[in-house]
Design a protein around this ligand. Structure first.
Ligand SMILES: Cc1cc2nc3c(=O)[nH]c(=O)nc-3n(C[C@H](O)[C@H](O)[C@H](O)COP(=O)(O)OP(=O)(O)OC[C@H]3O[C@@H](n4cnc5c(N)ncnc54)[C@H](O)[C@@H]3O)c2cc1C
Length: 468
């Protein structure tokens, strides 16, 4: 979940620079009996592997793609600077497990600007308007929290009817931008349980590069998709390159991949598990990345900009990423999904027209190279990040239960407060590894809660500082 919180909305903000790729070399093909087989080398899989390795147990990591990182991948080919095709923000750095890791290979992290901007037509919002927007957000957030205390309906049902002409902007910010889904499809309890985002950080070399650096020394068998997992006797994972037998498995494929049936389980997981995967489906969230020469948006480094939208056809801008000319137009939810289905050219056209509406048609001349992600069509992910359907917040706990004491699930969906984030995926991978180590007789204390109850939901309790 990407919900920004307790940020001041400003008319201006702060700066920096970038480099560094994240593609691992293929590991040699081999099939062998091992303690643990880990399916997937995204954040959760790498975290699990590091934990198992630290305990001195044998493991094999298999990854369907020809690179590691999953939804967390940085490349420099397209723009000549670090471009995170998936996750980019390091949310809640004070409690994010990634910020506790020793940084290697020149990787550096810096604080994100604390403020956001809002465009109203072709001008920046004024202080009073920013206050109105913030007040509408606070009202919506409180109404969702209040509704969640009474039951687990949708966030949309909980919204107050008096958000006025800020309603579409609030809908976008809390729904598509934060959860990848429209608010009618998001559980109020899941939304409310998510950790507050009082601060964020970025990695100059890209978040994917950070994850890749943490995978150093972990052997990963690339281009090796698990197609079947049999738990009748030990665990056997079938791949096109042979079968792997192990005492336990940690499966980190996304909920949409599992729900699609791409991995055949024998015996079938319980209906509880199957329902949980289906009800924690991934929303839609994509970057339309543009190289903009000459800073036509007049933005500072890493400015996050929304618009006072008139409807669902809107986006957010992350401008001048780490001080470069790279700008990300973020499209998400139902509108983003429909747009992405029309292909990359339609996405870039939308971004150019939308930006021209906010900054004038001349800005189109500044567009140099472009690229758009289409995560819904990535066969080994099939979406962006999970958000529970109304009534299904409890599904996250169900996914923490192993199948036949042999297969544990991990990944961003398997975290109750940091769902939808790389930090949540990492923590869930560590937790699954600890559970497997206990099962193997390598004792380890259960991990401490990453987010203590008192750290949750502090977001809108105190007024924000607003500056024009
Ligand atoms: C566009 C976008 C922007 C985002 N922005 C942010 C952000 O700013 N901050 C943030 O914290 N989070 C963000 N997220 C969410 C974040 O990327 C994810 O929560 C996190 O990376 C998920 O990690 P994971 O290990 O759970 O899953 P994944 O990254 O999906 O890893 C699972 C791995 O399993 C592999 N796999 C799948 N099926 C098989 C199989 N059958 N056999 C073997 N391997 C298989 C996949 O290829 C993948 O590598 C964003 C996501 C997207 C898509």
């Amino acid at each position: 979940m990407k919900r920004p919180s307790r940020r001041s909305f400003l008319a201006s903000s702060a700066a920096a620079l970038a480099a560094g790729p994240a593609i691992a070399k293929p590991a040699p093909a081999a099939t062998a009996a091992t303690d643990v087989v880990i399916v997937g080398a995204g954040a959760a899989g790498i975290a699990a592997a590091r934990r198992i390795a630290a305990a001195g147990r044998k493991f094999i990591v298999i990854e369907a793609e020809n690179h590691i990182g999953g939804r967390c991948i940085t490349e420099t080919r397209t723009f000549g600077v670090a471009y995170d095709r998936g996750a980019h923000w390091i949310h809640t750095p004070e409690i994010n497990p990634l910020t506790k890791m020793p940084l290697r290979g020149g990787i550096s992290i810096y604080a994100a600007p604390p403020n956001q901007k809002v465009r109203i037509g072709r001008r920046n919002a004024r202080a009073g308007e920013l206050e109105d927007f913030l007040a509408a957000q606070v009202k919506a957030d409180r109404a969702i929290a209040e509704a969640a205390r009474k039951g687990d309906g949708s966030c949309a049902q909980a919204l107050p009817g008096d958000l006025g002409d800020w309603q579409p902007a609030v809908d976008f910010l809390l729904g598509p931008f934060s959860c990848g889904k429209d608010l009618s499809q998001v559980s109020a309890a899941d939304f409310t349980k998510s950790a507050e985002r009082n601060a964020d950080a970025f990695c100059r070399q890209g978040l994917g590069a950070l994850i890749a650096s943490l995978a150093a020394g972990i052997a990963v068998k690339l281009s090796t998709p698990a197609v079947a997992i049999d738990t009748r006797r030990n665990v056997t994972v079938e791949t096109p390159r042979g079968a792997i037998t192990a005492h336990a498995a940690i499966v980190t494929a996304s909920t949409n991949v599992i729900a699609s049936g791409a991995i055949k389980f024998t015996p079938q997981p319980s209906n509880r598990h199957l329902d949980a995967f289906a009800k924690l489906s991934l929303g839609s969230y994509d970057h339309i990345a543009l190289e903009l020469a000459g800073n036509p948006l007049g933005a500072e480094s890493d400015d996050l900009i929304f618009e006072k939208a008139a409807g669902a056809r809107t986006a957010a801008i992350l401008a001048n990423v780490s001080g470069t000319q790279l700008c990300l137009v973020e499209v998400a939810g139902g509108f983003g999904r429909d747009l992405a289905a029309h292909g990359e050219a339609a996405m870039v056209d939308f971004a150019a027209d939308w930006l021209a509406g906010l900054y004038g048609t001349d800005m189109k001349k500044a567009i140099k190279r472009s690229h758009a992600t289409r995560w819904n069509d990535e066969p080994y992910v099939r979406g962006a990040f999970s958000a529970a359907a109304p009534g299904w917040q409890g599904a996250r706990r169900i996914l923490m239960e192993p199948i036949r004491n042999a297969v544990w699930f991990a990944g961003e969906a398997v975290h109750e407060t940091l769902w939808g984030t790389v930090g949540g995926a990492w923590a869930s991978g560590e937790r699954a590894a600890d559970a497997v180590l206990r099962r193997l007789g390598t004792a380890r204390e259960p991990p401490t809660l990453l987010v203590e109850p008192h750290q949750r939901r502090r977001l809108h309790a105190a007024p924000n500082t607003l500056r024009e």
